[in-house]
Write a protein that binds this ligand. Structure first.
Ligand code: SDX
Length: 383
């Protein structure tokens, strides 16, 4: 008889299981509300910078002017890396997905940081700040390497502006900064999503923050999670125009295929982040005069809600984000690295929070194998 863990509840994919306590963020799946430390996401997206929101997630309050200045100085204290890493990123973006380059880049930086042998809170916080400080340049460099360009170094202190400048080699417009900064704020934190959970599992073993972020990047890459934004855009481009939406989506659903950018483990209503991104996607369509993609998306949304709305399937954050990023000039393969550019704040904040009252994550599994013991037969006697 196997020691009895057989009567414990088995929740596939840990669905509905509460695995930690937190004060950082709350996802209200019934009312379609997202809260960071008590603030509604809509207000933060409208009025804050990404650094203010990251500070809020990390330290529990919005910074005053001197807090913010000090925080930005810490992030920018050592915010670049040498050309050797850029060469590695160029090699990594030749054949594989840019998310593999991002995973490698974080590991490379961790390998250079002597602090990464430590696990005390202060060292974990300083590793996280150092890594976040480099992140805009790391993701921008991957964008440059992937598109066959040389790396650009900017001395711009703002997280959002530096990333856009180092990605495209020119000053972004105020509107572009506003849209992109809003997207970063919307993606910063989202409860115990798979990549955040992966970072917390790693940190719970007292591994280092670089390793925790590497684990998170590895998880975010998948199309059921962060990789959906790229695939949602590919689908919209394949559908081509609003008039094809009903037929193509209907055929896919017939074949039980998932429509990327729809559905959510927690939201059973419209994702509040998708609402805001849809507004910007519409503005950008007007701004650029290219509205076909947006019109197709709107029609796909209509078709999906008419067919699956009663099952609680609505657009999620990944459905309109791709249109926004493409309108800003990004290749779809960079969409998920851009998701990571934001979500590093949530991974970092939740890993640090968890360490304050750490408990190794070690769930159990329901053994369904042979009870045994089966008689052992030496190799020479096996048929
Ligand atoms: C993100 O966790 C987070 O917070 C994640 C995230 C964050 O900020 O970190 O919000 C970011 O990852 C958003 C999700 C991005 N992924 C996608 O858009 C991929 C497509 N979506 C689905 O794979 C799905 O909706 C999930 C994975 C997101 C959630 O799936 P669940 O909770 O495991 O639900 P399920 O797969 O069990 O589906 C329940 C039913 C099924 O039908 P039945 O078998 O009951 O008949 O709904 C159907 C599914 O087939 N369904 C879909 C669908 N999503 C669910 N059918 C078609 N298209 C879809 N997108």
């Amino acid at each position: 008889m196997i020691a009895s863990n057989q009567n414990t509840e088995f929740a596939r994919g840990l669905e509905g299981v509460v695995a930690a306590e937190t004060r950082i963020g709350f996802v209200d799946g019934i009312n379609g509300r997202l809260v960071y430390r008590g603030y509604n996401i809509e207000e933060l997206a409208e009025s804050s910078t990404f650094e203010e929101v990251t500070y809020l997630l990390l330290y529990g309050k919005l910074p005053n002017k001197s807090d913010l200045a000090n925080f930005k100085n810490k992030l920018n204290a050592d915010n670049h890396f040498d050309d050797k890493l850029f060469r590695v990123l160029q090699d990594c973006t030749k054949g594989s997905h840019p998310m593999s380059a991002l995973r490698t880049g974080v590991s490379y930086l961790g390998g250079l940081d002597k602090n990464s042998n430590k696990s005390d809170l202060a060292s974990q916080e300083s590793m996280g700040l150092k890594l976040m400080g480099k992140f805009p340049s790391l993701v921008a460099a991957i964008n440059r390497a992937y598109s066959g360009h040389e790396m650009i170094k900017s001395n711009e202190p703002d997280y959002t502006v530096r990333f856009l400048e180092e990605s495209f080699g020119k000053k972004p417009s105020e509107f572009e900064v506003k849209v992109f900064r809003t997207a970063l704020i919307l993606h910063a934190d989202h409860g115990m999503n798979a990549s955040t959970f992966a970072s917390m599992v790693a940190i719970s073993t007292l591994s280092d923050m670089y390793s925790a972020v590497t684990a998170a990047i590895s998880s975010l890459k998948g199309p059921l999670h962060g990789g959906a934004n790229e695939q949602a855009l590919e689908l919209l481009e394949r559908i081509g125009s609003a008039k094809n939406a009903d037929k193509i989506v209907g055929e896919m659903l017939e074949k039980k295929e998932k429509i990327m950018g729809f559905g959510h483990r927690v939201y059973k209503v419209y994702d509040p982040r998708a609402k805001i991104l849809k507004g910007y996607a519409k503005d950008l369509a007007k701004h650029t005069g290219k509205s076909e993609l947006f019109e197709t998306a709107e029609e796909v949304e209509k078709v999906m809600i008419s067919k699956l709305g009663t099952k609680g399937i609505f657009p999620n954050v990944d459905f309109y984000s791709g249109i926004v990023y493409k309108s800003l000039g990004f290749d779809p393969k960079l969409f998920t690295p851009i998701f990571a550019l934001s979500r590093i704040s949530g991974w970092f904040a939740r890993s640090l929070e968890y360490l304050h009252d750490n408990r190794l994550f070690r769930p159990r599994s329901m053994y369904k194998g042979e009870v045994g013991p089966i008689k052992y037969v030496p190799l020479e006697d096996r048929k």
